[in-house]
Design a protein around this ligand. Structure first.
Ligand code: AMP
Ligand code: MG
Length: 366
């Protein structure tokens, strides 16, 4: 066959009936897909976005949430997710939880889930980075005080000393998906639990295409913000006034979708004795509540676990020592003290709107 004949045959093949049918079919499929995509987009844009608001109880606290979605209400699933996380991994009282099993095993190695191994890895790193101000092995010391429990009291000094000697994050051995505590200490993830809950809800929402935005608030102390509000207005979160119990607000803080806020305060769980406030944030060095003049610390960052752990760590460290830690984690903070002063890190300044004129914003922290 000469060159001309070859070209003719190829052209004929190229535009044969079957080939043409295929081309038309493919083009039709492509157009249909495009049309479907455009219609789906239009439908999504035109769809009603419903706000769902719910109040629930999980992780030992009141959960309040507002969800903006064009689909169904997901707030029951969110409550279930939080309760399951507590039962499966974090609870120190529930026999089915992995933390409970590690504490029961007393120095023996325990097989744990990938999930708990991930939380413990982050908690250990924060313990190291904070020089032990945040310590996830404080369980026995915390139980001795029983602050927020049935019988809160100042513990016997000798007993506290003995417990403290066994305590220390360096006793927690984490190796892949196994964990053991080499001393008599117990795990307590109370300082990061609500933050872990916020992270899980955030991950869950990322998989739900119909969800536009959500604000989740665990006990007023851990908040997660996802996506946007339908009117694009900024998310604003109220921070409690430490001197005004449950009812008063100190400030409103502006958050962007994907951010987390956590507050640690001496007003959350405490008892009074001889005019002294014994609250639930314990200095791992002394075994006693932290009395450094701070009444609350609020932290913003891009992880729930870290915002929660950092607010506890920063409360223990005090304003000046906390600043390098906050910088290490690219976090922002507000420190409130008992003299009604508020110290803000540079990135917190524009987001912090004071609501009480009894307080003064001082020079920036850091
Ligand atoms: P938060 O309210 O997030 O600051 O967490 C306080 C809770 O964490 C307490 O109720 C204890 O269960 C636990 N906790 C207290 N002090 C510490 C500490 N220094 N490090 C880690 N956990 C702590
Ligand atoms: Mg915390």
């Amino acid at each position: 066959m000469n060159k001309e004949a070859i070209i003719k045959r190829k052209t004929a093949e190229k535009y044969s009936g079957r080939k043409l049918r295929n081309i038309y079919r493919n083009a039709a499929v492509f157009c249909a897909a495009l049309l479907a995509a455009v219609l789906a987009g239009t439908a999504a844009l035109g769809a009603e976005i419903e706000p769902y608001t719910a109040t629930d109880f999980a992780m030992d606290t009141v959960v309040s949430e507002t969800l903006y979605t064009s689909g169904s209400d997901l707030t029951p699933e969110i409550g279930r997710l939080l309760r399951e996380t507590e039962e499966k991994y974090l609870s120190w009282t529930d026999e089915s939880s992995e933390v409970f099993q590690i504490n029961q095993a007393e120095r023996q190695t325990v097989q744990i889930s990938e999930e708990l191994a991930g939380y413990l890895e982050k908690a250990l790193k924060l313990a190291e980075d904070s020089g032990g101000a945040f310590d996830p092995t404080m369980g026995k010391v915390i139980r001795l005080w029983d602050i927020g429990g049935e019988n809160p009291h100042v513990p016997d000094e000798e007993e506290l000393k003995r417990c403290l000697e066994e305590t220390g994050y360096e006793n927690l051995d984490l190796d892949g998906e196994t964990a053991a505590i080499k001393s008599g200490a117990d795990l307590d993830l109370g300082a990061v639990g609500k933050g872990i809950g916020c992270d899980l809800v955030m991950d869950y929402l990322k998989e739900q295409e119909q969800v536009f935005g959500m604000i989740l608030n665990l006990g007023g102390s851990s908040v997660a913000v996802y996506g946007e509000k339908p009117d694009q207005s900024p998310w604003r979160v109220a921070v409690r006034d430490p001197e005004d119990g449950d009812s008063g607000y100190l400030a409103a803080v502006t958050l962007k979708g994907g951010e987390f806020l956590s507050t640690s305060g001496n007003y959350e769980k405490y008892f009074m004795e001889d005019g002294k406030r014994y609250h639930h944030i314990i200095d791992p060095k002394t075994g006693y509540p932290v009395w450094n003049g701070l009444t609350s610390v609020t932290v913003i960052c891009d992880s729930g676990l870290l915002a929660d752990g950092l607010s506890t760590a920063c409360f223990v460290l005090g304003r000046e020592d906390a600043v390098p830690l906050l910088e290490m984690y690219h976090a922002e903070a507000a420190f409130v003290d008992e003299d009604y002063n508020i110290y803000l890190t540079p990135g917190m300044k524009d987001r912090f709107e004071l609501m009480k004129n009894t307080y003064t914003i001082k020079e920036a922290a850091g």
